[in-house]
Design a protein around this ligand. Structure first.
Ligand code: C5P
Length: 222
């Protein structure tokens, strides 16, 4: 079957990564989680004690970080300068700072360049905030996946409650709302639905239902 690219964008906690991974598995495509790349840069910035407001030093970090994404048994694994940092990029500290790092123009330019390279051979399901609008504007299938803020916070809570005891749904709802606002209001490639992206509101849908809707779009369009 001919290969094509699928872009899945949407706000935090909409279920993009779970859905995108399942769609990729169903089609035998490669799954790329671009949020992990912004998280990896943020992790390194915090590890070096640099403030996300120091845009020049953050851009330097991003330029010099050797970032690799490799498929693993539990999904995509993230390596920075050869070190597996998959387990280190989803902490509250990274959550609190990632959107401020991701709004820096130079960081976006560097990561978007890498992302475009990854999609050149096609057969990629890529999720993020600007995939359908900037990274693969010619993707054959584009989806904008969303859900109500409360449901998104609840889903994140169930994912994180075992690894982070003490976390509340209210805290997650606030964190998600804050990140969405920065992502939507930033100057460089803000979070928005591409005009040709199909909107899927997953508030009342199960994961298999959303996956099936996207596979239907693939069958119809590709
Ligand atoms: O998808 P995830 O929630 O892991 O993304 C973390 C953050 O990375 C987002 O809140 C956003 O600030 C940034 N991001 C982005 N563009 C992308 C993917 C993620 O700005 N394509």
């Amino acid at each position: 079957m001919e290969k094509y690219n699928i872009a899945i964008d949407g706000p935090a906690g909409a279920g993009k990564s779970t859905i995108a991974r399942r769609v990729a598995d169903a089609l035998g495509f490669v799954y790329v989680d671009t949020g992990a790349m912004y998280r990896a840069v943020t992790w390194r910035v915090l590890q070096q004690g640099i403030s996300p407001a120091d845009t020049e030093r953050v851009a330097d970090i991003s330029r010099n970080l050797r970032l690799e994404l490799r498929p693993g048994p539990e999904g995509q694994q993230v390596y920075a300068n050869g070190e597996d940092i998959t387990g280190l990029i989803r902490t509250p500290e990274v959550n609190a700072n990632v959107s401020d790092v991701a709004k820096i123009r130079e960081v976006r330019e560097q990561l978007v360049r890498k992302q475009k390279e990854m999609t050149a051979a096609k057969g990629v399901v890529m999720d993020g905030r600007d995939i359908g609008t900037h990274v693969i504007p010619d993707a054959e299938v584009k989806v904008f996946l969303t859900a109500s803020p409360r449901v998104r916070a609840e889903r994140r809570f169930h994912e994180m409650k075992d690894s982070q005891p003490g976390l509340t749904i209210e805290q997650l709802e606030q964190d998600i709302a804050r990140r969405d606002k920065i992502d939507e209001e930033r100057e460089v490639s803000p979070l928005m639905r591409a005009p040709d992206a199909v909107l899927i509101d997953s508030t009342n849908l199960t994961i298999p239902e959303v996956v099936e809707r996207i596979l239907e779009l693939c069958r119809a369009k590709a």
